[in-house]
Design a protein around this ligand. Structure first.
Ligand code: FES
Ligand SMILES: [Fe+2]
Length: 400
């Protein structure tokens, strides 16, 4: 099933009205500022020539897919959602993207917890949709067993009719879970030793500088794509395609230059100056830094975070098979729109970004997958404007 909505027309990028909550260079983290100060003028930015290839089989083979699942997705805690989807104590969401029915709650103390979304009576899902619910307890729709947000079983109708039974023994199955920098990480395998290595302090500091933990989820859309997850992720690790694939949408806003790239633990930060960027423009007081500089993060192993002038895009790219990927796209804004102009900018931005990502980047991943599946080429070649892709694969391959 392909959920890409191809009916959304391309709209021009919103002209920038004065929205309240802009960020200037000085709002960012010291390490982000250091990296931004390294961006050369476009005339000084020269990509290297590189010799980097990967076999086509890494995108196609069932055995490779299973190895990634075993050694990465089931071994490390993975990003499952953003803190903004659990804005208050008592927030609960269900999340099925990884093929594991998850229930994520922010309990009465504010701690984020993850459980299997399965009632301990007969396994029924407790929450069926994927909306954010605000509640004090979770009642199973089937026979109304009721659980606290900490997973404890608190009520069983006609409990006296079950012999040898203690509610204490039938709490929800809990998974290791942590929250940092506005991202919620979960260990999908209950039996594996929890490994939160992907959560890096510098990454969390960058996300806090963006105020990611307190942002507002303006819109969310799920894409179900016929492509390997790494092909879906690749366009967000390179600028090579931007002037070409996006020539008729956002391409003209960007420059055909390499990024300033830093590795933060297992994660990658790419910073680039847009077409209007000059090193001198950084010294203009009060300017929205996101108008001249784009940040794109790869949060290990599968999450992309990209900044835009008035919003941040978060994409959790979830492998479901060698040739199937679910993308959970979220557009986050600095608070709800509090005036018509802001609402107009957010609405048009949301339509524009769904069109660019959905009909251009994700489409490119699907047609790339189709061509690779034909066996036409045995390896993929990366150029100097794509050098973050082999850098990312070097990190991933350490665990395979
Ligand atoms: S399955 Fe949940 S109460 Fe019976
Ligand atoms: Fe793109």
């Amino acid at each position: 099933m392909n959920l890409i909505d191809k009916s959304i027309p391309a709209v021009p990028v919103a002209a920038a009205p004065a929205l309240n909550r802009i960020q200037t260079l000085n709002d960012l983290s010291p390490d982000q500022i250091r990296a931004i100060r390294q961006i050369p003028g476009h005339d000084q930015a020269k990509p290297r020539a590189i010799d980097a290839r990967r076999p086509a089989s890494i995108f196609l083979d069932q055995a490779r897919f299973e190895l990634e699942q075993k050694n990465v997705f089931r071994k490390f805690a993975v990003p499952v959602t953003v803190s903004a989807r659990l804005p208050r104590n008592g927030s609960v969401i269900a999340h099925d993207g990884y093929g594991v029915p998850l229930l994520i709650s922010r309990d009465t103390e504010g701690k984020v917890r993850a459980f299997l979304n399965a009632c301990t009576h007969k396994g029924s899902k407790l929450v069926e949709d994927c909306e954010t619910h605000l509640t004090k307890k979770l009642t199973c729709p089937y026979h109304a067993w009721t659980f606290g947000l900490d997973g404890r079983l608190v009520a069983v109708p006609r409990e006296e009719t079950i012999a040898n039974f203690d509610k204490k023994d039938r709490g929800l199955a809990e998974l290791a879970c942590r929250e940092a920098g506005g991202i919620v990480w979960v260990m999908l395998d209950r039996n594996a030793e929890p490994d939160f290595r992907g959560m890096d302090d510098l990454l969390a500091a960058d996300m806090e500088a963006f105020d990611l933990p307190h942002m507002h989820v303006y819109g969310q859309k799920t894409f179900d794509l016929a492509a390997n997850w790494k092909l879906v992720q690749e366009p967000f690790l390179e600028g090579y395609h931007v002037q070409r694939l996006h020539a008729r949408s956002v391409g003209p806003m960007f420059a055909d230059v390499p990024n300033v790239t830093d590795v933060l633990g297992l994660n990658i930060r790419q910073i680039s100056g847009k077409v209007n960027f000059t090193p001198e423009c950084l010294d203009t007081e009060g300017e929205n830094i996101h108008k001249s500089v784009t940040h794109a993060y790869l949060v290990f192993p599968n999450t992309v975070i990209v900044t835009s002038p008035y919003y941040i895009s978060v994409m959790i790219i979830i492998p479901r098979g060698p040739d199937r990927t679910i993308v959970d796209y979220m557009m986050l804004t600095r608070g709800k729109a509090d005036n018509e102009k802001a609402e107009d900018v957010y609405r048009r931005s949301y339509e524009m970004i769904l069109n660019v990502f959905g009909n251009e980047d994700f489409r490119a991943a699907e047609i790339s997958h189709t061509g690779l599946s034909s066996g036409a080429i045995s390896d993929v070649v990366y150029c100097g404007l794509e050098e973050t892709i082999p850098l990312y694969y070097d990190i991933l391959e350490r665990f395979l």
